[in-house]
Write a protein that binds this ligand. Structure first.
Ligand code: PLP
Length: 379
């Protein structure tokens, strides 16, 4: 019964063989830069490609500073630490996200609190956030105190799901009022904008991922973006073992992390960045053809929310109910087309099942219906 969808996707990708969800494409100077990097012997954590990568990301996103990291998860971890998140604190996020968001909160020995998403954006809802804070917190000495636990809610991590921007300006406004720092999980949203401004640049810090399945890749890698010079310097310092710069002395002035991006990985992603605009255009075209195809169908295509421009990293459809979703998954995967349901809600995972939650109606609704469909760049 989903045969027309299978036919359409096979025609779109011009193959009847297996179609993956998202695969990296290397169409530029990747091999050239990797060879250059190897010839230079600077294959590890210092090198010109790392510097170049940071410059390119700052320029592209419009953030004043960019700091390369080993992956998106470490970028989130450090961003939270730099907002002062410490043991016993609480951090608000959305239940509908990839597990890394919550893992990073746990690495700080903090606890997540789950607040609902919007159906339109599939990202954190500013209304649900406002309601949760009004009902559950009080502000004392410029700190947001959770009335139920007595703990400080130090930060909030909204996520731009599949590259669709959430209502980040409203979220930042609400958080400012409650003295809560915003760290944007922009892992999936390089090339996505909200009201003309790049995602990840609204909060105090933003974290981007360059994992192999993301819109462009360094093999593995991440980046912190911020406009705050002091935070940027601290980020560089603690992601590079907190070594005090000196010609020969090896001194470290605090516990640091080895969260550096190797120059080899930076070489790969610099080449990828040079083609980012082409990639975005290609993905926009694919999203448009999906949009037209699903227009008169029972299946809803997830479109970019208002006031925003999506990178359409992963295309997604919304099925009528969980039964339809399951039949769709079964039919497409059996037909050689990789499709995948959206993540299990974080509050249902063993590690986070005791977390405090707001009403999660929209997240629950989406969890039962959303499926990702093939989204690779077509050459
Ligand atoms: C991919 C991803 C991350 C983590 O990035 P890694 O580079 O894989 O560590 C974090 N949050 C979200 C929402 C992601 O999709």
């Amino acid at each position: 019964m989903f045969q027309d969808t299978v036919d359409f996707i096979q025609a779109t990708f011009r193959t009847t063989k297996f179609i993956p969800l998202h695969e990296p494409k290397f169409i530029g100077s990747e091999k050239k830069y990797l060879n250059e990097c190897i010839d230079s012997t600077f294959v590890s954590s210092v090198g010109k490609f790392v510097d170049k990568f940071e410059e390119m990301i700052a320029k592209y996103t419009g953030a004043k500073y960019a700091v390369a990291t080993s992956n998106g998860t470490s970028a989130l971890h450090i961003s939270l630490l730099l907002c002062g998140v410490e043991s016993g604190d609480e951090v608000i996020t959305q239940p509908l996200t990839f597990v890394a968001t919550c893992n990073a909160i746990d690495y700080c020995n903090a606890k997540p609190i789950f607040v609902d998403v919007d159906r339109e954006t599939t990202g954190l809802s500013s209304d649900a956030l406002k309601e949760f804070l009004e009902e559950n917190t009080t502000v004392k000495n410029d700190q947001c105190i959770n009335i139920k636990t007595g703990k400080v809610i130090r930060a909030c991590v909204p996520m731009h799901t599949f590259g669709h921007a959430c209502q980040i300006d409203d979220i930042v406004e609400v958080c400012d009022k409650y003295h809560i720092a915003v760290v944007e999980d922009a892992a999936e949203s390089l090339g996505s904008y909200y009201k003309g401004k790049h995602t990840g640049t609204f909060g105090k810090l933003g974290a981007i991922s360059f994992n192999g399945n993301k819109i462009i890749t360094s093999g593995g890698g991440g980046c912190i973006i911020t406009d705050d010079e002091i935070l940027a310097k601290k980020a560089k310092h603690i992601t590079t073992t907190a070594k005090v710069p000196h010609k020969w002395e090896y001194t470290h002035d605090e516990i640091g992390y080895n969260y550096r991006m190797p120059n080899l990985n930076a070489a790969l992603v610099v080449a990828q960045l040079e083609n980012l605009d082409k990639v975005l255009e290609n993905k926009q075209e694919l999203a448009n053809s999906y949009k037209y195809f699903f227009e008169d169908k029972e299946i809803n295509f997830l479109k970019e929310p208002k006031d925003s421009r999506s990178n359409y990293w992963l295309n997604a459809v919304v099925l009528k109910d969980k039964n339809e979703r399951d039949s769709f998954l079964e039919f497409t995967n059996t037909g050689g087309i990789m499709t995948r349901p959206i993540w299990t809600l974080m509050n249902k995972l063993e590690m986070f099942k005791d977390s405090q939650c707001g009403k999660l109606d929209n997240a629950q609704w989406l969890e039962e219906r959303v499926v990702n469909i093939p989204s690779s760049v077509r050459l």
